[in-house]
Design a protein around this ligand. Structure first.
Ligand code: G6P
Ligand code: MG
Length: 218
C-alpha cells in the first residue's frame, strides 16, 4: 500500500470565506459603478488576488493604471480582513473537523494548499494552524491554479507521489490543477459546477470514514 497524503484548499473547503471574498469584490465593483453577481464570482474561486482584480475590471470594462490597481488591491483586502477578524472556530465548515481529526488520528500526512496570502492568519483564528504538516499558500507559489504548483509543493513536502495525493477543492481551477498531475480530486460544492472532479460532495457532512478509508487504502 502506497503512502497517501491529503491536501486541503482553504477558502470554501475548510472555512466559508468565499462569501467574504465575494462581498469585498462586490463592494469594489459597486464603488466603480457596476454590478458583480454570485454567478460571476464562481470564476474567482481559487484565483489569486491580482488575477481576480484583472477579471473584475474586465467585467466592468474598466482600464486602470497600475497605481489604481494597487490601491484597489489594498482596499479589497482591507475589507476582506475586516470580515476575517470576526471569525472563530464556529466558521469551520460543517463536517470538516470530523474529517481532519479522523485523518490526524490515523497519522495521515496533511497539507494546506491555498492561493490565499491570508491563509495563516485565518487558520490561527479558527484554531487549525497546528492541524497541518505543511502549509503551502499564496506567499509560496509563483503560479496560480489551474497550475498545480500549490499542490505539487504540498505533495513534495508531505513526501507522497502525486498519484497518492488526494485534493479537496471547491473551485474549478483547483480541480483542474489536481487533475493535471493525476492527483485524486474531490469537489466540495455544486457537482454541476465541479463535474470534472473524481468524486463530488456538497459538503463534508456527506463524507464518512468508509470513504476516507477507501481513499487511504486504494
Ligand atoms: C483563494 C480564494 C480566492 C482568492 C485567493 C487569494 O484561492 O478562493 O477567491 O482570491 O485565495 O486570496 P487572498 O486572501 O490572498 O486575497
Ligand atoms: Mg477554495
Amino acid at each position: 500500500m502506497a503512502k497517501k497524503g491529503f491536501i486541503f484548499d482553504l477558502d470554501g473547503v475548510i472555512v466559508d470565506t468565499a462569501g467574504f471574498h465575494y462581498l469585498a469584490w462586490k463592494s469594489l465593483a459597486n464603488e466603480l459603478g457596476f454590478e458583480f453577481t454570485e454567478e460571476q464570482n464562481e470564476q474567482f474561486k481559487g484565483v489569486s488576488r491580482v488575477r481576480s482584480l484583472d477579471i473584475l475590471l474586465e467585467i466592468g470594462g474598466i482600464n486602470a493604471t497600475q497605481d489604481q490597481k494597487d490601491k484597489w488591491l489594498v482596499s479589497k483586502n482591507e475589507e476582506y480582513l475586516s470580515y476575517i477578524e470576526k471569525m472563530t472556530d464556529a466558521d469551520i465548515l460543517p463536517g470538516v473537523l470530523k474529517t481532519l481529526n479522523y485523518l490526524k488520528a490515523k497519522n495521515i500526512p496533511m497539507a494546506l494548499g491555498s492561493a490565499s496570502k491570508n491563509a495563516q492568519p485565518i487558520l490561527k483564528r479558527v484554531g487549525l494552524f497546528d492541524m497541518f504538516d505543511t502549509i503551502v499558500d499564496g506567499n509560496h507559489v509563483q503560479k496560480a491554479k489551474p497550475d498545480p504548483e500549490v499542490f505539487t509543493i504540498g505533495a513534495d513536502e508531505l513526501g507522497v507521489s502525486y498519484s497518492d495525493a488526494i485534493v479537496f477543492e471547491d473551485s474549478i481551477a483547483g480541480i483542474q490543477a489536481a487533475n493535471s498531475v493525476d492527483m485524486v480530486s474531490i469537489g466540495i460544492g455544486d457537482p454541476g459546477i465541479l463535474h470534472e472532479a473524481d468524486h463530488n460532495f456538497r459538503d463534508f457532512t456527506e463524507i464518512n470514514s468508509t470513504f476516507l478509508d477507501q481513499l487511504i487504502n486504494a
